[in-house]
Design a protein around this ligand. Structure first.
Ligand code: COA
Length: 441
C-alpha cells in the first residue's frame, strides 16, 4: 500500500467525548498529539472506467426455446430483452474483470504498477479461494497492490466504492481499482424460468484516485438485513452445505430466489438508501443529475426512483434491456454506457444505488469532476501498455516456475529428500502407507 506521508490519524476531528468510543475506551490523549501538522483534505474521484461483456447474446426468443416463457412476459415483468452469456469456457469472471480493469486503467492513463488496492466485488468468484482479485492483480502486473474479493452480492460494487473511498481518505492508498464481475450464467438453473430469464454476465471496473480537488465520492450508505438471506441464496457449495452428489442432484448449487420478497425489499430500500445518502452529502433528490441504479428490473427502478423519489426518467440511466441483471457488474457497466451516451458531465451530482442478496443495499453520492471526453488513442502508449501486460504474464510464468523448482528441490541440503521423508514418517520406521480415500459406511 502506498505510504502517502499524509498521516491524518493524529489530526482527525475531535471526538464528542470518550463516549463516542464506547464507555470503556480510553479517551485520546490530546496533549501528546502534534498540534501543528499540516492537514491536507483528500478526496476520492473516479478517474477511469471500462466494461466487458461476453459476445454471446441470448434473447428472450432464445429463452422461449429453453423454458416455458415468452418475450412478452419477460419484457413486461422485468424490462429485459436480451443478456450476454459467457458461452466460451475460457470466458470467466476474472477474464471479463481483467479486460474491464485494463480499459479503466487506459482511460485514467495510469499504469497497473501504481494501483495500491484491487477490490473485486463478485458473487461468482473464480474459486472460493484464492480471491479473483488476486488473479486480476497477477494478470495486470499490479505488483504493488493488495487484492481481495468483496461479497455483498449485487450491492458489492457500491460497497467496494465505499471501501476505496475509506482507503483513500485515510491516506492508505492513492489508486484503488474497484471491479464488479460476474458469470452468473454458471450458477443459474437453465430449467428454472423464474431465475434464468433475469441474469446476465459481464464486468465493469473503475479506478478511484486520491486528489486534493474537492468532490468525488461524497457519501456512502451501506445496509444489510441478514434475516432475509433465504430470499436469494445459493444453498450448496459452502461450509453449511458442502457440495455432494445429493446437493448436485437436487440442484442446490443453483440460485434460489423468492422473487416477490426480493421485489418488495428492493423497492423499499432503493428509495430510502438514496434519500439517506443524499441527505448525508447535503443534497435532495431534486439536486440529482443522474441516478445509475442496479439494473435488476425496470419496475423496481420505476417504483422506487421515479415514483417514490420523483426523479424524472431522463435523469435515470437504464440499460438492463440489453444485459439483464449482471449483479455487481450492473452499475459500473451502466456508468460506462451513461458516459458513452453523454449523460454525465463534470459538476454533475450522481447517485449509484443497489440492492441484493444478503439482504444488502448500498448507495453512494458523487460530485463528478473528471472530464469524460474520449481522448485520442496514443499508439505508443497503447503499445507500451500491451507490453506491460505481456511482461506481467511472463513474470507470472517465471514466478510459478521458481515455485515449482523450490517444490521439487530440497531447500536445506541437509534435509532428507521428499521420498526419504515419506519412508521414515511412521514411528515404527516402516514405510508409510499411501493415503486411501475413505470408504463409504
Ligand atoms: N415466464 C413466464 N411465466 C413466469 C416466469 C417466466 N419466466 N417466471 C414466473 N412466471 C409465472 C409464475 O410462475 C407465476 O405463475 P402463477 O401465477 O401461475 O403462479 C406468474 O408468472 C406470476 O409470477 P409472479 O412471481 O407474480 O411475477 P412477478 O410479477 O412478481 O415477477 C419477478 C416475477 C421475478 C420478475 C419479480 O418478482 C422480480 O423481479 N423480483 C425481484 C427479483 C430480483 O431482482 N432479483 C435479483 C436481486 S439482485
Amino acid at each position: 500500500m502506498a505510504d502517502t506521508g499524509n498521516s491524518n490519524r493524529e489530526n482527525s476531528a475531535p471526538l464528542n467525548g470518550a463516549g463516542a468510543l464506547g464507555a470503556s475506551a480510553p479517551a485520546p490523549d490530546s496533549a501528546s498529539a502534534p498540534a501543528t501538522r499540516e492537514y491536507t483534505p483528500r478526496f476520492a474521484h473516479i478517474v477511469g472506467w471500462g466494461y466487458q461483456v461476453p459476445s454471446k447474446v441470448i434473447t428472450n426468443q432464445d429463452l422461449e426455446q429453453i423454458v416455458d416463457t415468452s418475450d412478452e412476459w419477460i419484457r413486461s415483468r422485468t424490462g429485459i430483452a436480451e443478456r450476454h452469456v459467457a458461452a466460451d469456457p475460457k470466458e470467466t469472471t476474472s477474464s471479463l474483470a481483467i479486460a474491464a480493469a485494463r480499459k479503466a486503467l487506459e482511460v485514467a492513463d495510469v499504469p497497473a504498477a501504481k494501483v495500491d488496492l484491487i477490490i473485486c466485488a463478485t458473487t461468482t468468484p473464480e474459486y472460493s479461494f484464492p480471491a479473483t482479485a488476486c488473479l486480476i492483480q497477477d494478470a495486470l502486473g499490479a505488483v504493488n497492490a493488495g487484492a481481495f474479493d468483496l461479497s455483498a452480492a449485487c450491492s458489492g460494487f457500491v460497497y467496494g466504492l465505499s471501501m476505496a473511498r475509506g482507503q483513500i481518505i485515510a491516506g492508505d492508498a492513492e489508486y484503488v481499482l474497484v471491479i464488479g464481475a460476474e458469470t452468473l450464467s454458471r450458477i443459474v438453473d437453465w430449467t428454472d424460468r423464474e431465475t434464468c430469464v433475469l441474469f446476465g454476465d459481464g464486468a465493469g471496473a473503475v479506478l478511484v484516485a486520491a486528489s486534493e480537488v474537492p468532490g468525488g465520492i461524497l457519501a456512502c450508505e451501506l445496509g444489510s438485513d441478514g434475516s432475509g438471506g433465504n430470499a436469494l441464496i445459493l444453498p450448496a457449495g459452502g461450509s453449511a452445505l458442502p457440495t455432494s452428489l445429493e446437493t448436485v442432484s437436487s440442484g442446490q448449487h443453483y440460485v434460489k430466489m423468492d422473487g416477490k420478497a426480493v421485489f418488495r425489499f428492493a423497492t423499499r430500500v432503493m428509495a430510502n438508501a438514496t434519500r439517506r445518502v443524499l441527505e448525508r452529502a447535503g443534497y435532495t433528490p431534486a439536486d440529482v443529475d443522474l441516478v445509475v441504479p442496479h439494473q435488476a428490473n425496470l419496475r423496481i427502478i420505476q417504483n422506487s426512483v421515479l415514483n417514490q423519489l420523483k426523479i424524472p426518467e431522463d435523469r435515470v440511466f437504464v440499460n438492463l434491456q440489453k444485459y439483464g441483471n449482471t449483479s455487481t457488474a450492473s452499475i459500473p457497466i451502466a456508468l460506462c454506457e451513461a458516459i458513452d451516451a453523454g449523460k454525465l458531465h463534470p459538476g454533475d451530482t450522481v447517485v449509484f444505488v443497489g440492492f441484493g442478496a444478503g439482504l444488502t443495499w448500498a448507495a453512494c453520492c458523487l460530485d463528478w469532476r473528471t472530464p469524460v471526453e474520449r481522448r485520442s488513442t496514443d499508439w505508443w502508449k497503447a503499445t507500451r501498455r500491451q507490453a506491460t501486460y505481456g511482461a506481467a504474464a511472463a513474470r507470472s510464468v517465471f514466478k510459478r516456475a521458481v515455485r515449482w523448482v523450490y517444490d521439487v528441490l530440497p531447500t536445506d541440503p541437509e534435509a532428507p529428500a521428499r521420498e526419504d521423508v515419506r519412508e521414515r514418517t511412521p514411528a515404527d520406521g516402516k514405510e508409510a502407507a499411501p493415503v486411501k480415500p475413505r470408504e463409504k459406511s
